[in-house]
Design a protein around this ligand. Structure first.
Ligand code: FUL
Length: 470
């Protein structure tokens, strides 16, 4: 009889000894938001009548035939994006001019009405297929502002837009992100539209439950507040959104920095173009490698996802200047981040929650292993000691955001001539924080968490050397 009771008893004893993980703090990311944040860098493609007219905001009066790419090849977009290390592509399926890059049954201003491919072309089909083949995720920008739709400015338009969403979100497989622009100008008859955001968001949620919805205020992720790829030095993935909507958003600074007590989890997306314009213009040049690296540090390195726009040209191809620049960026990022100089450090912390939550987890690359401390410990420190002097100028820290964002302030010291010296200080960490420091050689590095909203939960600390952007 005891023989049978023993195993369950042991199990109960063992589980009661296991230490609980820290309880989630505040709003936390959904699975879809976490997967989205882990993508880190995606490609935006602005493509449509503006590519051919040279405008940035088409009038909506352009003839459909203006859309006439001579050598469209979405496999080339996907190949470039993949080789650059992007994880997904978002295309302007409909920009403000109203032209649809797919034969949208809710519109008469689409590829179907053009001579391109004798009216049988479908850019969304080509791109979604290309993404699937390349192992990339696929997303759509669909502008609610429409300078062509005859019903724009009347309640009927909301229904037209719902049907537009329905068509784009059902015919092309899984959509990882729905991009809603906040722009709300005049329609063809000079009227503005009262958007039914509840209807729009519900439609996306119903048809693509895993899609992250971008707008000024989400609900999936938020605009960074500028078009320069610059997230706040302090950047909380939380925001108070009550009373706001796309186009009627909180101040840019608030979008940029978020709020530690925000009522929802709303991570930041930094959208920026590789060129001065969003659409391709033959007389414009892509940003330099240095500029792109800076953008990487101020977006991905500041708790944001980077959505880098690379506009295809009038042939329907990514220009060689741009793909070359992207390959340079990839090579630079690989050379900087391929080798974690702290990977074999000896790690000790002032506090640990116990087994499974040890300090050494910060050099473990498994995402779900993290260092955690006792609930009451709000300002712990952690020390990494190296066998040999290590030379670096970049520090990467990651908070384990599935349990919320907690760290509000921290300082980094290095051991120089047997004395701890302050090297860097910063505020938030979030999903990922990259600190740029002067080139430093040391045998030990210490991070002191000086202000946290709840006990810090850290899943990674790494050191790198960047010889490109000093
Ligand atoms: C803005 C639009 O007005 C621009 O044309 C572009 O699409 C950019 C990404 O969003 O609000």
């Amino acid at each position: 009889m005891f023989r049978f009771l023993l195993p369950p008893l042991l199990l109960i004893l063992l589980t009661s000894c296991a230490i609980d993980p820290p309880a989630p703090y505040g709003p936390c990311p959904s699975d879809a938001q976490l997967r989205w944040q882990q993508m880190e860098m995606n490609m935006f493609c602005h493509f449509g009548p503006n590519t051919f007219s040279g405008l940035e905001w088409g009038e909506g009066t352009e003839t459909e035939d203006i859309f006439n790419p001579t050598a469209l090849d979405c496999n080339q977009w996907a190949a470039v994006s993949k080789a650059a290390g992007m994880k997904g592509i978002i295309i302007t399926a409909k920009h403000h001019d109203g032209f649809c890059l797919w034969p949208n049954p809710a519109s008469n201003h689409t590829v179907r009405e053009s001579n391109w491919c004798e009216g049988n072309g479908d850019v969304l089909r080509q791109l979604s297929d290309a993404c699937q083949r390349a192992g990339l995720k696929f997303g759509v920008y669909i502008s609610p502002w429409d300078r062509n739709a005859p019903t724009y400015g009347t309640p009927e338009y909301n229904e037209t837009f719902r049907r537009t969403l329905e068509s784009a979100l059902t015919g092309y497989g899984e959509i990882f992100e729905q991009w809603f622009d906040g722009a709300n100008g005049e329609g063809p008859n000079g009227r503005r539209q009262e958007y039914d955001w509840t209807l729009f968001n519900n439609t996306v949620a119903r048809l693509q439950p895993h899609a992250v919805v971008f707008s000024d205020v989400g609900p999936g992720c938020r605009w960074v507040g500028n078009e320069e790829g610059r997230s706040g030095e302090t950047c909380w993935s939380r925001l108070n959104i009550l009373g706001f909507e796309p186009g009627k958003a909180p101040a840019a600074e608030l979008l940029n920095q978020g709020e530690p007590d925000g009522d929802v989890w709303l991570p930041v997306e930094s959208d920026v173009s590789i060129r001065p314009g969003w659409f391709y213009h033959a007389d414009q040049q892509p940003k330099t490698l240095q500029q792109l690296l800076e953008i990487y540090y101020t977006s991905v390195g500041r708790n944001s996802l980077l959505l880098l726009n690379v506009p295809p040209d009038t042939r329907g191809l990514i220009a060689p200047t741009d793909s070359l620049r992207l390959m340079e960026l990839r090579a630079a990022l690989d050379s900087i981040f391929a080798h974690d100089l702290a990977a074999d450090a000896h790690v000790e912390a002032s506090n640990s929650r116990g087994a499974n939550y040890g300090a050494a987890n910060v050099i473990d690359t498994h995402y779900h292993r993290y260092w955690a401390v006792a609930d009451s410990c709000l300002s712990p420190s952690i020390t990494l000691t190296f066998n040999h002097p290590v030379t670096f100028n970049r520090i990467m820290l990651q908070e384990y955001i599935p349990l919320g964002q907690r760290v509000a302030q921290f300082e980094v010291d290095v051991l120089l001539d047997n004395h701890w010296q302050l090297l860097a200080h910063a505020t938030t960490i979030g999903y990922k924080r990259l600190l740029l420091t002067p080139i430093t050689t040391t045998t030990a590095l210490r991070v002191r968490f000086t202000h946290s909203l709840a006990c810090p939960v850290i899943n990674r600390i790494a050191l790198y050397q960047d010889n490109i952007l000093q």
